[in-house]
Every structure is written in structure tokens, then in C-alpha cells.
Design a protein around this ligand. Structure first.
Ligand code: GLA
Length: 433
């Protein structure tokens, strides 16, 4: 099915698996982060955009009270999700397991994300309806483009939209129901609630932190949930305000997939978090956001590693607003220079880059039309991004590909990113088969 979009493939996979048509389609994007890396768990700033690379779920409710005549009761009473990329389906019996279920009794692999979201929603009082679905994705896994956040948010939005209630969100065939969604009351008040993107994102994050066991911040889920077409999002993780920043039309954001992969769960991510916490503790502040400059005695109060981490985080927060100002003022040279500074900080002070990421950034910076480049995401492997003059993206690409291969022996995949809308659900009006 090459050449088909993830959405088309999801519908076909659904029909091939279940022998009838899906009723809903969820689209959930990946993300790249322009600047503001490893700042989210320090209450800092970042500037991601939702990608035009989607994860899609075609689905149909199948719970006992929504089963239509002719529905196979086999699919009732659980979430059942097949994937284009994995022979084993994700199956979650409803009600889902309790939050205290030991890790050894939880689903494994990608199914754990699905189960984790169901657990979080159910624990929050959402009366989940059973559904069966088919999942496809154009977001490479483990490439630092937030494929797992896209999956979490897809299941959050499906779960809330189809939850047993009179209020079924705002789905319609021709108007994608972006947030907010109207969801059932969870506090016994009898009042339906409107869910904003922060709340949606938090459900995904809780699934990842508490069920999957990765102590990540909120960046990925919030970028995925809150994406706005043509805009990056300035996110302040202290106030949780999300401000769309228009991207200049002449500027292309290109991601360069280095072809390297690393599992965040097993990376040094948790160690970096601990080092930042150690730095803020030594500075006597709740988080590194509470300092804009290090005190003169910082070298005595902080150990050498914590000092480097803190220096990076403080400078990175400042870079976010400097990049916002540069983009708003249509000054791509300054924005590009700040990205390069950010990469050096990640490489030398925060120490989360890797040889292939450094090579990709270096060949990108040297290529025609490039204003600047940096690694994006958690680090160690995955993708870099470059800001490129839109009129020169072709020559940029034809220079970068062979140069990267000459340096690393690997093939880089390049993609011109279009900033896209966040996770949405639409109803489908397909012939019932
Ligand atoms: C991963 C995490 C995010 C964020 C980034 C680094 O993507 O999931 O929460 O910390 O790394 O900016």
C-alpha cells in the first residue's frame, strides 16, 4: 500500500481485519522541537511544532450497549487495536487493570501505551466504551519525533470521544473536532466538561510516566495535542500557556533522520533529570526556571556536572524567546545561529548528542541555504532539524545526503515539515460493509 496516506491505510487495514467499515478516524501527529530541549521538566520554555507525519487509527465502537445488529460480540467489552507494524494486536479488557498492577502484569511493547492510557482514563472516572481499531503510522519509531506521544493522544481522544455519555464530543464528517472536546462529568456534578489540550496531554504523559515507566516531561504530548497549522508553539511549562508563533513563509523546517535509534526508557534521560534537580536543589530554588543567571558562587555550590547542566538549561530558556523574536521579526539568520548554539549546548554541556546527530548537524550547517541546525528531541540518536531557505531546499538536500553518508556510512532521510494541527477525531461516512 505504498503511496497511500496513513489514514487511507488505516481504513483499509480496518476493513481487511474486521470485515466492515470504521466509523471514526483519529489522526495524531508527531512533533519536532525547534528549540528548548530538556527544558520541559525544568518548568522552562520550548518551541515545538506538530508534524505532517501522522499516526492514524480507524475505529468503530463495539461496547455491549453500542453493538449494532450484526456486530460481532467477539469485539465487545474491550479495546482491540491491530497495527500495520506489529502482528500482535493491543487488547485491553474493560474495565482496564487498576493503576497498581505490577509492571510484570502489564502489556508489553506498543500495547503498553494503549493500555496505559485506558488505565489513566478509567482511573479518572471516564466510562470507556469498547472499540476496535486499526493503526498505521508515518512517524518513525524511536527517531525522536514523538511516535509514542502520538499513539497516547490518539487513544486519549478516541477514549474521551467515545466514552459512554450523551455528550459525544464535537465530531462531524466535515469538521475535524479539534479540542476542546466535551466529555462526561467525572466528579458526579452532572456537568459535562470541556477538556483543553493541556489536560489531554497530561493523560498521555501520565500513561507514559506511570504505566510505561518513562519519566518524560510534557513537551511531546502537548505539541502533539496542541499543534496549529503553519505555527510553532511557544510553551511555557510553568504557566502551561501555549502561544502559536507563525512560521515565516520563506523558511523551511527540514528534519534529517540520521537512521539511528535509541530507546528513551533505557537512555540517560532520567539521569539528566536527576542532575537538573540536583542543580536546582543546590541553588535553593524549586526549579531551574527560578534562576535566569547563575550566582557568582555557583561553582562552589554545584558539582561540576550539575553546573554544566544548569548553564545549558538557563541559556536554552533564553534562546527560546530569542528564536521567537527572530521568527516574528523574519530574521532567519539569527534564528539559525541560535539553533547552532543550542546544539553546542546539548553536545558539550548537557551531553545528549551522538556522533551521527553531530555529523548531520555539521553537514547541514555547511550546506547551501542553511541558516542553522541542531538535534531535536531527547537525544543520543534520531533526528536533527535544519532551518533552510525555502528556495534552496533542493540543493540543500542534494548536498546533505551524500555528505552525511560520506561521514557516517548511513543514509539520511530528509523531510520538509509542514506545521500541522494537533490530534483530531472525525466521523467517517463510509458504506457499511
Ligand atoms: C523527550 C521527552 C520530552 C522532552 C524531550 C527533550 O522527547 O519525552 O518530555 O524532555 O525529550 O526536550
Amino acid at each position: 500500500m505504498s503511496g497511500c496516506t496513513a489514514a487511507e491505510r488505516a481504513v483499509r487495514l480496518f476493513v481487511a481485519t474486521y470485515g466492515r467499515s470504521p466509523t471514526h478516524l483519529v489522526r495524531s501527529p508527531g512533533r519536532v522541537n525547534l528549540i528548548g530541549e530538556h527544558t520541559d521538566y525544568n518548568d522552562g520554555l520550548c518551541l515545538p511544532l506538530a508534524l505532517d507525519r501522522d499516526l492514524c487509527v480507524a475505529l468503530r465502537p463495539s461496547g455491549p450497549d453500542t453493538v449494532a445488529p450484526g456486530d460481532d460480540p467477539h469485539w465487545g467489552g474491550r479495546l482491540h487495536l491491530v497495527s500495520e507494524q506489529d502482528a500482535a494486536p493491543a487488547v485491553v479488557q474493560l474495565p482496564p487493570p487498576g493503576p497498581d498492577t505490577p509492571p510484570s502484569a502489564r502489556a508489553s511493547g506498543w500495547a503498553r501505551y494503549v493500555e496505559g492510557v485506558a488505565v489513566q482514563l478509567a482511573a479518572a472516572g471516564v466510562d470507556l466504551t469498547a472499540w476496535h481499531g486499526a493503526l498505521t503510522s508515518d512517524i518513525p519509531v524511536g527517531a525522536g519525533l514523538s511516535s509514542s506521544a502520538a499513539l497516547e493522544l490518539a487513544v486519549v481522544v478516541a477514549g474521551l470521544s467515545l466514552a459512554r455519555t450523551g455528550q459525544q464530543g464535537t465530531t462531524s464528517p466535515d469538521a475535524p473536532s479539534r479540542m476542546p472536546l466535551t466529555v462526561p462529568p467525572m466528579d458526579g456534578s452532572g456537568l459535562a466538561r470541556v477538556v483543553d489540550v493541556v489536560e489531554l496531554a497530561r493523560w498521555g504523559q501520565r500513561a507514559e510516566n506511570e504505566w510505561v515507566g518513562a519519566a518524560t516531561g510534557l513537551l511531546d504530548q502537548l505539541a502533539c495535542a496542541g499543534g496549529v497549522a503553519g505555527h510553532a508553539l511557544r510553551i511555557d511549562f510553568r504557566s502551561l500557556s501555549v502561544t502559536p508563533i507563525p512560521l515565516p513563509a520563506g523558511l523551511a523546517v527540514v528534519f534529517l533522520d540520521t537512521g539511528t535509534r535509541r530507546e528513551l526508557v533505557t537512555s540517560a534521560y532520567a539521569q539528566r533529570r536527576a542532575e537538573c534537580a540536583r542543580a536546582s536543589q543546590a541553588l535553593g530554588v524549586p526549579s531551574l526556571r527560578d534562576v535566569t543567571a547563575l550566582p557568582s558562587d555557583a561553582e562552589h555550590r554545584l558539582d561540576e556536572v550539575a553546573l554544566r547542566r544548569a548553564r545549558y538549561v538557563l541559556a536554552e530558556n533564553a534562546r527560546v524567546d530569542a528564536v521567537v523574536a527572530a521568527l516574528t521579526g523574519n530574521d532567519p539568520e539569527t534564528a539559525g545561529r541560535l539553533l547552532v548554539e543550542g546544539h553546542r549546548g546539548l553536545r558539550d554541556e548537557f551531553e545528549v548528542s551522538g556522533p551521527e546527530l553531530d555529523a548531520a548537524v555539521e553537514v547541514a550547517i555547511a550546506a547551501p541555504g542553511c541558516y542553522g541546525a541542531r538535534m531535536t528531541g531527547g537525544g543520543f540518536a534520531g533526528c536533527a532539524i535544519a532551518l533552510v531557505d525555502r528556495t534552496q531546499v533542493d540543493v540543500f538536500g542534494s548536498t546533505v545526503r551524500p555528505a552525511y553518508t560520506a561521514r557516517t556510512g548511513r543514509h539520511a532521510v530528509l523531510h520538509i515539515c509542514a506545521a500541522s494541527e494537533g490530534t483530531s477525531i472525525t466521523t467517517l461516512d463510509l458504506p457499511t460493509s
